[in-house]
Ligand binder design. Structure first.
Ligand code: TYC
Length: 100
């Protein structure tokens, strides 16, 4: 205790840290067809047609929108998969991640 030179043992084990969360953001552009964006949201973010259409229209009108929130590893993987898929179909669709 105080003045005795006796401390309290703390952090005797490595602390497992809670995973940081990241938002996956979809960006608007003038060329990617709306139906393609809806397809991407359904395929990679497991959305139904209603949510996918709502998110697509939000991005179309506001410029950016959230597709979902994930661990860093999963968010990075989603971004890669979406960018690859868009490139394969020759659409300029852009997707990125941001710390939540
Ligand atoms: N603005 C596009 C169009 O008018 C549609 C679109 C929506 C594109 C969302 C990208 O993330 C996007 N065809």
């Amino acid at each position: 205790g105080p003045g005795t030179g006796v401390g309290v043992a703390t952090r005797t084990r490595a602390k497992p840290k809670k995973p940081s969360l990241y938002k996956v953001l979809m960006l608007n552009d003038d060329y990617t067809p709306m139906e393609f964006v809806v397809l991407v949201l359904q395929r990679f973010f497991r959305m139904g047609i209603e949510d996918a259409t709502r998110v697509m229209l939000h991005v179309h009108q506001k410029g950016v929108g959230v597709c979902g929130i994930f661990s860093y590893e999963v968010a990075e993987s989603k971004v890669s998969q979406v960018m690859d898929f868009a490139r394969q179909h020759q659409h300029p669709l852009q997707c990125t991640l941001e710390k939540a």
